[in-house]
Design a protein around this ligand. Structure first.
Ligand SMILES: Nc1ncnc2c1ncn2[C@@H]1O[C@H](COP(=O)(O)OP(=O)(O)OP(=O)(O)O)[C@@H](O)[C@H]1O
Ligand SMILES: [Mg+2]
Length: 405
C-alpha cells in the first residue's frame, strides 16, 4: 500500500532536487557569463597591449590610429557576428528542428548584432579613453600649475603622436617659464643684496657723525667722502638695474642712425686719456667706416669695456684700442695688460652680478652688471663679442658689428 507520508517525502525530495538543479543551472550560467566577460577583458587587454607595443615603437598620427582602430573593431565584430550567425544556423539546420528559416535567421542576426554592438561599445570606450587621456592630463596639469608651483610636468610616457608632441612642447614651455622666473627671483634678490651694502655703509657713517663727528673735522671729512662714494655707487647700480629692467621689458629704446664709428672711438679715447692718466692708452688703428646703430648705446658699450680694462689693469699697464673692417664687418678690439680672467670665471663674466673677485671688485666700485649691459647692447645691434684672456697677462675683447648698407 502506498504510504501517504512516504509519497509526500518523495514529492518533497523531487522539489528539492529540482530547486538544486535550477540553482546549479543558474550558477553555471552566472559562472559562464563571468568567465566570458573575463576572457573578453583579458583578450581586449592583450589586444591593446599588443597595439600599444607596436604603436610605441612607431610614430603614428592620431588620424591613422583612429582609422586603424575602426578597421580593427569592424573586422573583429564581423568575425564574431558571422561566427555566431553561421554556428547557430548550422546547428539548427543539421538538427532538423528548423521550420521557418527566415524568422530564425532574423532572430540570430538580431542577437549577433546586439552582441557585436556591446563589444564595440566596450572596446571603443576603452580606446577613446586611451586616446584622449593626454588631453585630460594636459587640462589637469594646466589647472594645477601656478607661478608658485612651476615644477610640475606632464607624464610623456606612451605612444608617439601629436598629443605626445603637444605634451612635450608644453613641458618645454614650462621649463623656459620656470627658468625665467628663477632668473627674475635671483635678479631681485641679488639687486636687494647689492643695495643693502651701500645703505649700511651710509647708515654707519651717519651714526658716526651723529655721535662724535659733528665737532671732529677729520671724521666729518672722511664721512662726507664715504657717503659721497657710496651714494655714487648706489646711483650707478640703480641706473644699471633700470637699464636691464627696460631691456627685459623690451622698452629700452634703440634709435638707429648712420654714423662714422671711428669718430666715436676717437671721442672715447680722448675722454679716457683725460680721465685716466695712470695707464698708457694707445689707439693702434682706427679705420674710417660707417655703421647703422644707436650712437649713445654703442658709446656706452665701448665705455663699459674700456672702464673694465682701466679697473682691472694695474697702473702703468697698457690699453690698446683698434678698429678696422674685414669681410664687410667692422671689428673693434680693446686689449689690456691687466690681471686677466681665469678659465673658471670666463664663461660667467656676462652673467648679471657676476664678479670674478667679489670683495676686491666691490672696492673698485663694480656691481657686476657692466658686461651684461654691454652684451645686450651689442647683441641688439646684431653684433658678436669674443673674449680671450689669460690670468696675470691681460684680456682682449673683440667686437664685431655689421657695417651700414
Ligand atoms: N678687462 C678685464 N680684466 C679682468 N677682469 C675683467 C675684465 N673685464 C671684466 N672682468 C671681470 O668680469 C667681471 C664682470 O665685469 P662687469 O663689467 O660686468 O662688472 P664689474 O666691472 O665688476 O662692475 P660694473 O657693473 O661696475 O661694470 C668683473 O667683475 C671682472 O672680474
Ligand atoms: Mg665693469
Amino acid at each position: 500500500m502506498n504510504n501517504p507520508k512516504s509519497s509526500f517525502k518523495n514529492i518533497h525530495d523531487i522539489i528539492l532536487k529540482i530547486i538544486s538543479i535550477i540553482k546549479f543551472i543558474f550558477n553555471a550560467i552566472k559562472l559562464a557569463i563571468i568567465v566570458l566577460l573575463l576572457i573578453l577583458k583579458f583578450m581586449s587587454n592583450l589586444i591593446f597591449k599588443f597595439i600599444d607595443k607596436i604603436t610605441n615603437k612607431l610614430r603614428f598620427s592620431i588620424k591613422f590610429k583612429l582609422v586603424f582602430t575602426y578597421v580593427f573593431i569592424f573586422i573583429l565584430i564581423s568575425i564574431i557576428t558571422d561566427m555566431i550567425t553561421l554556428g547557430t544556423f548550422n546547428y539548427y539546420v543539421n538538427s532538423g528542428k528548423m521550420l521557418n528559416y527566415s524568422n530564425f535567421l532574423f532572430g540570430i542576426l538580431i542577437f549577433s548584432n546586439i552582441t557585436g554592438i556591446i563589444i564595440v561599445i566596450m572596446l571603443s570606450t576603452k580606446n577613446s579613453e586611451k586616446l584622449i587621456s593626454p588631453i585630460e592630463n594636459l587640462t589637469d596639469m594646466a589647472k594645477k600649475i601656478s607661478i608658485d608651483d612651476l615644477d610640475k610636468r606632464i607624464d610623456v610616457k606612451g605612444s608617439k603622436d601629436e598629443l605626445k608632441e603637444l605634451a612635450i612642447t608644453f613641458n618645454n614651455m614650462l621649463d623656459r617659464i620656470q627658468e625665467s622666473v628663477e632668473k627674475q627671483n635671483q635678479f631681485v634678490s641679488d639687486a636687494s643684496h647689492e643695495l643693502r651694502t651701500p645703505i649700511a655703509v651710509i647708515q654707519g657713517y651717519i651714526n658716526l657723525l651723529d655721535r662724535w663727528g659733528k665737532d671732529d673735522k677729520a671724521v666729518l671729512n672722511e664721512s662726507i667722502q664715504a657717503i659721497k662714494d657710496e651714494s655714487e655707487n648706489m646711483k650707478h647700480l640703480i641706473e644699471n638695474l633700470l637699464f636691464l629692467a627696460r631691456s627685459d621689458k623690451h622698452t629700452q629704446k634703440i634709435h638707429k642712425e648712420k654714423f662714422m664709428l671711428n669718430e666715436i672711438i676717437d671721442e672715447i679715447v680722448t675722454e679716457t686719456k683725460m680721465i685716466d692718466t695712470s695707464h698708457i692708452i694707445l689707439m693702434e688703428k682706427n679705420e674710417e667706416f660707417m655703421i647703422n646703430a644707436d650712437k649713445n648705446l654703442i658709446k656706452e658699450a665701448l665705455r663699459i669695456f674700456i672702464d673694465n680694462s682701466i679697473k682691472y689693469t694695474p697702473p702703468k699697464g697698457t690699453i690698446k684700442i683698434s678698429s678696422w673692417v674685414k669681410n664687410y664687418t667692422s671689428i673693434i678690439t680693446i686689449e689690456d695688460t691687466g690681471i686677466g680672467i681665469s678659465r673658471k670665471d670666463l664663461p660667467h663674466i656676462f652673467d648679471r652680478f657676476y664678479r670674478a673677485d667679489k670683495a676686491r671688485n666691490r672696492e673698485k666700485g663694480g656691481t657686476g652688471l657692466g658686461l651684461s649691459i654691454a652684451k645686450w647692447i651689442i647683441e641688439s645691434h646684431e653684433g658678436i663679442i669674443n673674449v680671450t684672456s689669460e690670468q696675470d697677462k691681460g684680456t682682449k675683447i673683440k667686437i664685431e658689428l655689421p657695417l651700414a648698407v
